[in-house]
Ligand binder design. Structure first.
Ligand SMILES: [Zn+2]
Ligand SMILES: [Zn+2]
Length: 159
């Protein structure tokens, strides 16, 4: 199991292995986890180890950037083939790209992500217990973050 997170102090992205009994700490500065949450030996993670948020969602360990890149490359080469009147090649490329996306989707594992701080947990013993991404929850956290930023801006102006 490991965690990828952006440090709340210095914003540095660290990816560190998680062992039961260890605390999450930044590789760049001296920030250390201060939530009481424990790294589970087995079973599920109750809350985010970085921010203490209790809402986590499960998603495919699939980089959207790769998915988009596959589509863009396929569309471009397919258009070129189309320009050379290579109809079968043009369709073949699109078909292959669709297959590749499908293949990647089913072969990659799952990861757990925090709604609030976007920390990613990979290799947890049990993934089934978590809920999939909910846009509603995501929106709630986004609004919260905006309000927090606004109140901080007001405070710093007043000071
Ligand atoms: Zn840091
Ligand atoms: Zn978090």
């Amino acid at each position: 199991m490991n965690i990828t997170f952006a440090c709340p102090e210095c914003d540095h992205t660290s990816r560190i292995p998680l062992e039961p009994g260890t605390a999450v700490a930044c590789l760049q500065c001296d920030w250390k986890q201060h939530t009481s949450a424990q790294i589970p030996l087995e079973g599920t993670l109750d809350e985010c180890l970085v921010c203490g948020c209790k809402e986590l969602f499960i998603r495919k360990n699939f980089s959207q950037r790769i998915g988009v890149a596959v589509v863009v490359i396929a569309a471009t080469t397919s258009l070129i083939a189309w320009g050379y009147y290579m109809w079968y090649t043009a369709f073949g490329i699109l078909f292959a790209a669709a297959l590749l996306d499908l293949y990647l989707y089913f072969t990659v594992g799952n990861l757990l992500q925090c709604y609030r701080c976007n920390s990613e947990y990979r290799g947890l013993p049990q993934f089934d217990e978590y809920e999939a991404f909910s846009l509603e929850t995501h929106e709630r956290y986004r609004q919260q973050a905006i309000r927090l930023a606004e109140s901080q801006a007001v405070q710093s102006k007043g000071a």
